[in-house]
Design a protein around this ligand. Sequence first.
Ligand SMILES: [Zn+2]
Length: 191
Amino acid sequence: MPLVLYRFPITPVIDEIRFMDSFSWPRGEDGEFTHGATDIIGHRGEPVVSTTGGNVVVQCRLGNRPIAPGVGNSPNGGNYAVIADYAGYFHYYAHLMAFPSVRPGSVILPGTPIGLLGSTGNAGSPHLHYQIWSPFAEGEGAEDYRSSVFRRRFRNPVNPFPELARLARAQFGVSPTAAGRYHIPPGQFRC
Ligand SMILES: [Zn+2]
């Protein structure tokens, strides 16, 4: 089932946010890992909302083995939440400023607030690390290589950028720069 997102994860109210396709950026000492997510650069405290409907994951598992709670704080992801949508994708929101405002098991809708953009964990500056794993796609993947909690838990990351770019155009009316970067100023939400 193709990935469909319904709401851009940030509606900027404080300052401009920006993003580009950072999915396959190399990470690690020799670039042996790829990023596997889209980073959305913004201002600390911007509201982060769910892109889809679904449920907040109670317990992430590798096979039958419990690995980490679906809402928590990890050394690298910082304050994070994982949401399972109805198509089977898992959505990971990391580096939130404070502990997520959603509870494990809660039913959420597109646009439901999750928390606030921040720089907890291994983030060098405020941004949302938004990553999606698919149970369907083939391939080997990993979260940020430094993540001891999430590495190899979900093996099939999907690039969220095409859907984020579509929503940026549809929801905020913005076009990409020549370099492929999207800038979304505050107060541009369209109903
Ligand atoms: Zn990232």
